[in-house]
Structure formats: C-alpha cells, structure tokens
Design a protein around this ligand. Structure first.
Ligand SMILES: [Zn+2]
Length: 338
C-alpha cells in the first residue's frame, strides 16, 4: 500500500509502505474511510520538531474493521469504528480515572495517513458507531478522533458550564471546535480570539458571540473590557506558545479556569505570577477516548457537526498538497480520502 512519509521539513511523500498486519492478538486492522492532517503534524513538517528519519504520518482515523486478533472481543470485521491518537487498554487506573492518553499501556498511533492502519489494544481503543454511517457523516465522525475530542477536553478542563463566559485562544481547528464545545456545554458568551476572517465566520457559526482580534497583552485588555474588568470564567488555550499561554492566563478571572491543549513549545511559567493569578490550570494530551461515546451520539443525532472544520478534501495520494495548504494557512484542515 502507499501512505504518507515525512523525509525532512516540507518533504512529504506518498510512497510504498509495508501493509500493516496483526502483530499482537489484541490488535485490529482498520480500512481507513477518512484521515486528515493535524495542526500538530505541522510541527515536524515545518522543522520545529526535528525529523530524524523518514517517518510515516497520521494519527486521526475512522473506518471499517478489516481484521481482528484472536483476543479481540468487542469488535468484528465489517463494523465502523473511531479511535484516539493513543491506543489505551481503557482499564488501568489512569484509564479508569478518564485519562486514557496516560494509559499505563498506551501506544501512539502514527501511521494513519494510509489506506490501512494497525490499532493496538483494539478493545480498549476503538469505539463503534451504531451502524455503518452514511458518507456525509464521515467528516464529523473523523473529527472526533482528535480535533473535536481535544476541543471538547479544553472546554471540559476549563470547567465550561451553562451561563458562563468563555474565551478561546487560537483559531485553528481545535480552537474553533473549542468554541463549538463551549456552546454545546451551555456557555452564555463565547469570545473567539482570531484575526482571520474565514475563521471568525466559522467561529460565529459554531457559537461565538464575540470576536477579539488583538493578541498578547492587548488581547487580554480587550477580554477584560468585554467582561467589566474581571476576565472570563473559562479560557481555552489551543495554541501552545508562550504568548498564547500568557494570554490565556491573563484573560482568566480570579478563581477561573484555563484548559490548555496546545502542545507547549518553549512555554515557561513564572511561579510567582502563577501564584498571584489565582487560577485553575488543567490540560495535557486530550483523553479523547473518554469523550468518544458521548461525542459519537451527538454527531449521530445531528446535534453537532464538527466536520465543518474540514475546508479542503483531497484524495489521499495528494496528501502533500494537503500539508502545503495548511502550512500556508490556505486551509484550516485537510480531509483525506483513500
Ligand atoms: Zn490504561
């Protein structure tokens, strides 16, 4: 089969790779219905994370079970499944606490931009849809694999509740779906921080009531202005830079919550500033597995349509163009169909 391989910064190739097979009895092989390019794929693509050797890419997936190992009990060939970017047993103490991305037996999924994918710990990792979905539902189901689950975790970690005021730092796909999550969780007011018109428009469609274009200290000042000088109850940090993190902390009211899901790159927090900020800080790699059953139900019943973040759909063999479009910010997020 052919799949995506990153050789060096901006050298992404679609080339022959080994066809995955069952290695352990707990594995499953999935025939991918759709996969996509993640904002975090752009870190190595841009050379911000080093690329040490040719690396297969992709960690977002949904599709039809092709084959299962002898120990897999909960899924069978022909069923449609979605899983997270970390395989997890869903039974160890960390999984039971709802932190499946810190599973004691976690395994990273990193080869999903291909027609076939091996998923370890299939019983713990994969969640079934009620039946095989129609083609038009697949983008929204695919979004649950990472980007929607991550936006949802940001909102959950930021304690979004009915009637609250929420601010979202970052207008990438995760930030936009953080807006959607806040709306779904009952936020009264959601302030999206974005300076890109197309993204502002989608943020409003997802439920943003206000848009702030300023960044850094000016962005914080604008949030304060909009909240009678107090700050937002819940702030979702969906970027991972020093500026975005400080913007999130600064925009939060005393006693408020920051949910942070942007993978930190060079972020350093000052202990004393943090002490006097008087906030709750919670984040990390989103335990998407925890939210999958609830999110599948919301998509299945037409309550949310997170697939709208895919503004570019390409055949898988054009994956290199999918990366380029996101790198150059011509696309918010690229969906790929094998
Ligand atoms: Zn576990």
């Amino acid at each position: 089969m052919r799949g995506a391989v990153l050789y060096s910064p901006r050298d992404l190739r679609f080339e022959e790779r080994d066809t995955p097979t069952i290695i352990k009895p707990t594995d499953a092989i999935i025939r991918i219905s759709a996969t996509c390019v993640c904002g975090s794929d752009l870190w190595p693509y841009r050379g911000i994370n080093p690329v040490l050797e040719p690396t297969p890419m992709g960690h977002e997936y949904c599709g039809i079970v092709e084959e299962v190992g002898s120990a897999v009990a909960s899924i069978k060939p022909g069923q449609f499944v979605i899983g997270s970017f970390f395989a997890s047993d869903n039974s160890c103490p960390n999984c039971q606490a709802g932190y499946q991305t810190s599973c004691e037996h976690k395994e990273i999924i990193g080869t999903a931009q291909a027609p076939l994918l091996r998923v370890p710990l299939a019983d713990g990792t994969l969640v079934l849809t009620p039946e095989v979905p129609s083609n038009d539902m697949i983008p929204s189901l695919l979004a649950l694999s990472d980007v929607m689950g991550t936006g949802w975790f940001a909102a959950d970690a930021a304690n979004v509740k009915p009637g609250k005021t929420v601010a979202v730092v970052g207008d990438g796909a995760v930030g936009l779906l953080g807006v959607l999550s806040a709306k779904q969780m009952g936020a009264e007011r959601t302030i999206a921080m974005s300076r890109h018109e197309a993204r502002q428009k989608l943020a409003r469609e997802f439920g943003a009531t206000d848009v702030v274009t300023e960044r850094g200290d000016d962005g914080v000042a604008r949030i304060k202005e909009l909240t009678d000088g107090i700050g937002a109850d819940s702030v979702l940090e969906c970027v991972g830079t020093q500026e975005s993190m400080m913007q999130a902390i600064g925009a939060t009211r005393k006693g408020g919550y920051v949910g942070y899901v942007g993978v930190p790159h060079g972020v350093e927090l000052n202990g004393e500033e943090l002490f006097y900020a008087h906030i709750h800080l919670h984040g990390g790699p989103a335990p998407v597995r925890r939210f999958l059953p609830e999110l599948i139900e919301l998509v299945w019943n037409g309550k949310i349509n997170p697939g709208k973040v895919f503004d570019l759909t390409l055949p898988l063999d054009q994956v290199a163009e999918g990366y380029r479009a996101m790198d150059e910010r011509r696309a918010i997020k690229t969906l790929l169909r094998p």
